[in-house]
Design a protein around this ligand. Structure first.
Ligand SMILES: Nc1nc2c(ncn2[C@@H]2O[C@H](COP(=O)(O)OP(=O)(O)OP(=O)(O)O)[C@@H](O)[C@H]2O)c(=O)[nH]1
Ligand SMILES: [Mg+2]
Ligand SMILES: [Zn+2]
Length: 297
């Protein structure tokens, strides 16, 4: 490393500035070198970087972005190894959004889990989701951030990871959960009673480092597209429920859509795979096929 260069992780950004945390926890305000714009490379929260600190009140310079392990577009964060998708009884969960997030994460080799929050309001949602995702290699954790129940299981999952990320719709309680779990004071917001939706309280992703846990709090959202370059054939490989049925269909390859003699359809009818998961898979498959068809136009 050249003179004065330090390594750190980007913890947040604001108005063209970036804040990096050094290994000892000290934070440095930085600006980004122009070369990144030429390279079409934008720094992301979670990036491991090399930087030169500024003197006194002066900002320093972000010099290098080290290779990313993973990269998300929504939320815009880097190096996540465990994605925790948070849902709750109200606002009502959008399971297609959940599956989109799981697909995107799996394609990059991230681990995933679903956190069902606000179990104090209704404990049945967690049971439903647990049953539906039983074969999905995605643990389902039932918690109440408000009553601080179920949090030890979340902490245990997080402790083994180099970087976790909470994502999901606005108002599900991502920031509240981190406040209770890590003793933080992040801003939280009510949900609108009229439309049962969050108010987009968290605006930007922020990396929090506490008790040896690195976790990202991110802005809630409700729209997400799958990768435009994704081949229809690859979607089924991120559905662990299908693995034991691969090669058992009448046609090969079978995309488990509506093909006759499909083993996945048979497994749904036998109650071995959740019907909703497969229905949403087919919805996503139709979308992927459509964008794949238009890839040269
Ligand atoms: N009943 C109940 N309410 C909760 C719980 N956790 C959070 N809430 C409430 O849900 C609302 C939204 O919480 P936030 O933490 O701001 O939600 P968020 O997911 O961070 O939302 P965005 O930042 O907008 O994406 C607040 O009114 C919280 O008090 C819980 O476990 N039980
Ligand atoms: Mg929030
Ligand atoms: Zn099939």
């Amino acid at each position: 490393m050249s003179d004065g260069m330090m390594q750190g992780v980007l913890v947040r950004g604001f108005g063209g500035f970036y804040v990096a945390a050094a290994p000892d926890g000290t934070e440095y305000t930085l600006r980004c070198k122009k070369k990144f714009r030429r390279m079409h490379l934008s720094p992301l929260v979670g990036d491991e970087i090399l930087f030169i600190p500024g003197e006194g009140e002066e900002h320093g310079w972000l010099e290098e972005i080290l290779p990313r392990k993973t990269e998300c577009i929504r939320p815009p964060v880097a190096n996540v190894t465990l994605l925790l998708v948070v849902i709750c009884p109200s606002p009502e969960p959008d399971m297609l959004l959940v599956d989109r997030l799981l697909v995107r994460a799996r394609l990059q080799g991230m681990k995933t889990a679903i956190v069902v929050n606000k179990c104090d309001m209704d404990a049945s949602l967690a049971e439903e989701i647990r049953a539906a995702y039983a074969g999905a290699e995605c643990p389902v954790l039932a918690v109440s951030a408000r009553e601080a129940t179920g949090l030890e299981a979340v902490r245990a999952l997080m402790q083994d990871e180099s970087c976790c990320c909470l994502t999901g719709q606005s108002g599900v309680g991502k920031s509240t959960l981190l406040n209770t779990l890590l003793g933080l004071n992040l801003e939280t917001g009510d949900i609108s009673q009229k439309i049962q939706r969050g108010k987009n309280t968290t605006r930007h992703a922020q990396l929090l480092i506490r008790d040896g846990i690195r976790v990202l709090d991110t802005a809630g959202f409700s729209l997400l597209e799958l990768d435009a370059k994704m081949e229809p054939e690859s979607l089924r490989h991120v559905y662990p429920e299908f693995t034991e049925h691969e090669g058992c269909c009448r046609f090969t390859p079978c995309l488990h859509d509506r093909e006759p003699g499909c083993a996945v359809t048979a497994a749904v009818e036998a109650g071995e795979i959740d019907a909703g998961r497969v229905e949403r898979y087919r919805q996503l498959l139709a979308e992927v096929r459509e964008t794949w068809k238009q890839r040269y136009s």
